[in-house]
Design a protein around this ligand. Structure first.
Ligand SMILES: [Zn+2]
Length: 420
């Protein structure tokens, strides 16, 4: 199919997210963009260009996975969760240390990213918030999901001065798609965090940070002890006798809010002692900061679901992320949404915003992604429910609803557009 030729897609439902769902809807795509949306009859007699009737399908904006680490997409199953977050991090470090080096590792990483991008498309995802600890040249192909790549940095021994050159090189390489991620409160010294946020402000880049993911994190940043202190000593990551200065989540929130857009990842224990003001502070900065929850990972590592209702009550934009395949069986945001809706935490309409418009906002791509509207890139997912349905929002989340096709800028990158 030539992208130059205008294309009309008709479907039983078009769910734009920015407005009401359209029954018997159509949309017209030209040069990779949506140029018209309507109901029932196509304009023109006969309409110009090609026309495909997708039958009983539901067309949604391409889904947004607001938080993942594609470097782990080659794992067949999640790592063992014994010992909660500190135990799991120890296994991630062991995995990284056992990897090959040089060209062999570069090939493995490239293969893992390719696998993760293809898997994302197979789940209808067209925009990704990716955390990367290194950014080799050309590893994120131009044809594929749109990727916001947050360059992740961690370190407790950085005491000031300029950031390592590799960080500037990676940010330059990423250009418009760059972001910055200080890893987490227990792994980023105050001096390093300050330098990273200064760099983000200078380059006007969005930021993201794992915050309040575990009680062990809160124990460490408020008292300097607990399982993380032991873990860092074992790993040889403890730089001196004296604990390096680190900050609790509430202080990080104030600092992240100085950048134009940021997201807090997990936030499972925001609002709980000993740092109970963190959630209030997040609410105060909700024009700049959102939160990304990864329900299945939080259930695995913390034995509970994220406090989504508290975030929504505080008026904070909540996005869904899958986290990586080191803590999750797959990269399906629909799978995450099913977990929340199935547990009665959110409604299907809330879940839909969390994997489209509000997720796009969290990764600072809201002008391009997260809703179907005239003038936007035709990033779309075509869902095919397996049986009869009345309510499209309910049908979207059925476990047997299939992703029939995923389009990025009008190009079919997964599945195919078939007459229904
Ligand atoms: Zn993560």
């Amino acid at each position: 199919m030539s992208r130059a030729e205008p294309l009309h897609l008709r479907a039983r439902w078009i769910v734009p997210v920015g407005g009401p769902a359209i029954e018997d809807g159509w949309l017209r795509i030209e040069q990779g963009r949506i140029v018209a949306i309507g109901r029932r009859n196509l304009p023109g007699n006969p309409p110009s260009g090609r026309s495909i009737d997708l039958g009983d399908s539901i067309v949604l904006p391409g889904l947004v996975n607001a938080h993942t680490h594609l470097e782990f997409s080659d794992l067949e199953r999640p790592l063992d969760a014994e010992g909660g977050l500190p135990g799991w991090i120890a296994r991630v470090v062991a995995l990284r240390r056992a990897r090959p080096s040089g060209l062999e590792e570069a090939a493995r990483l490239a293969g893992s990213l390719r696998a993760g991008l293809a898997e994302s498309l197979s789940f209808g995802v067209t925009t990704i918030g990716e955390i990367a600890t290194a950014v080799p040249r050309g590893v994120y192909p131009s044809i594929g999901p749109r990727v916001r790549v947050y360059r992740e940095v961690l370190g407790l021994s950085f005491t000031g001065g300029s950031l390592p050159g590799a960080i500037a090189r990676d940010l330059n390489r990423l250009g418009d798609s760059a972001g910055i991620s200080p890893h987490a409160p227990m792994t980023v010294s105050l001096a390093l965090g300050k330098a990273l946020l200064r760099e983000a402000a200078r380059r006007d880049l969005p930021v993201t940070m794992h915050l309040a993911e575990s009680l062990a994190e809160l124990a460490y940043v408020t008292g300097g002890g607990g399982p993380f202190r032991d873990l860092f000593s074992t790993l040889g990551a403890w730089p001196a006798d004296r604990p390096p200065p680190v900050l609790p989540p509430s202080d990080w929130i104030s600092r992240l809010a100085r950048v134009r857009r940021g997201s807090v990842v997990h936030g499972t224990f925001l609002g709980e002692p000993p740092d109970a003001t963190a959630l209030d502070r997040l609410a105060r900065h909700r024009d700049r900061l959102g939160v990304v929850v990864c329900p299945r990972t939080t259930r695995l590592l913390s034995g509970r679901l994220p406090p989504v209702r508290q975030f929504l009550a505080a008026g904070v934009r909540v996005a869904i992320g899958t986290d990586s395949r080191a803590s999750n069986p797959d990269l399906s945001v629909l799978g995450e949404a099913r977990e929340l809706v199935g547990s009665g935490v959110v409604s299907p309409a809330e879940a839909l915003r969390m994997m489209t418009s509000d997720a796009a906002w969290n990764v600072a791509h809201e002008v391009r992604a997260g809703s179907i509207a005239v003038g936007r890139p035709a990033d779309l997912v075509v869902l095919a429910p397996s049986g009869p349905f009345a309510d499209p929002l309910e049908a979207i989340l059925r476990p047997d609803t299939r992703v029939a096709a995923t389009l990025r800028a009008g190009r079919v990158l997964h599945g195919h557009l078939a007459s229904g």
